[in-house]
Design a protein around this ligand. Sequence first.
Ligand SMILES: [Zn+2]
Length: 420
Amino acid sequence: MRSLARCTRGDPMHDHRRLGRELELFDTDPLIGAGLPYWLPDGAAVRHALEEYIRDAERRAGYRHVYSPVLGKRELYEISGHWSHYSDDMFPPMDVGGEQVVLRPSLCPHHAVIYRSRGRSYRELPLRMAELGGMYRSEPSGVLGGLTRVRAIQLNDAHIFCTLDQVAEEARAALEMIARAYRALGIGAARYRLSLPGAGGKYVAAPEMWRRSVALLTDVLDGSGLAYEAVEGEAAFYGPKIDVQVVDPAGRESTLSTVQIDFHQPERFDLHYMGADGAKHRPVMIHRSIIGSVERAVAHLIEEHGGAFPAWLAPVQLVVLPIAATELPNAQAFARRCLELGLRVEIAEPERGTLGARIRESRLVPYQAVIGAKEAANDHIALRLRDGRRITPQPAEDVLARVGALVDAHVSELWDEAAV
Ligand SMILES: [Zn+2]
């Protein structure tokens, strides 16, 4: 399917807005509002699988998850610097009981406050705090569309509070997590970008801080062996970034993943930890996101795969195809076993058409389990893969074990060649 996806690249058929509607993944309604898409069950299944993958990868990498509210007092963003550097992208504040409350434009200030909710020791560092949380951007109506430009964003975010000595290793580990995730998702980076500040007053004025953080990120990139390009005017207002760029079928580039170094917010929130020397020290904050916003990540996955997602992400992972009505009870029993295993499964009944027609209808489903009279008689499955490959009929138990293992392994390949 990758080859099919590739040969149709640049084709408007792969526009995620069109596919999103055709495949019933997401939609919008003028009554809810522009830039505020809702997710249909199949889209929600993809999103849920993606979010769970991220949370699991983070847990394994030593991150602890938190939840924080999508609102905060205006003062919180005045301290973080968002109010003075970023308010054009924020929704106007709401007056509530004499206080001004805003929809948050990022999760960092909340995490900084959680960090300082009690004293911290150097023994706790690096402290890796993660959240898949909501944030809001007041995009102008003209640019809104599909899942790529939205006003309500679910961000895969994390902040690592660490010592200066730990920054390079943490940034390197974050880049590795990103590379691993891309392999699982079956996508590739178009290029790595070292995003530097540019001219203008958008950036925090602290030349020494910028020099140090740019040097750190440059070292990480040079040490990684990755080819990258330095681009001015793309940094965050508080610090430089490594951005992982992807390209959509129309050739438009956007940032999916990012690793940023920030000396500014620890200063602004007066964060510290107790060092081994018994004195107070300032931690560095690394902002890092593996897939960026869930909306943009799913848009990219839809376009990259033309709706034929890796099996672990697919809304329906396996379709059961009884050849005739007599095999329907076997199909139902097999579907139940799939469900028990946690697979997302559907039955395409014979009344829906010929076997060929039903297979075509299920062309985006990774695994197609055909059950004819012979298979029904000895509890076998004639498995077909989405890419047209046919697997020699095998005991249902073996097919279940193999498909279950491939899904659990989060691989982008449909089958282990050695086992075919
Ligand atoms: Zn952040």
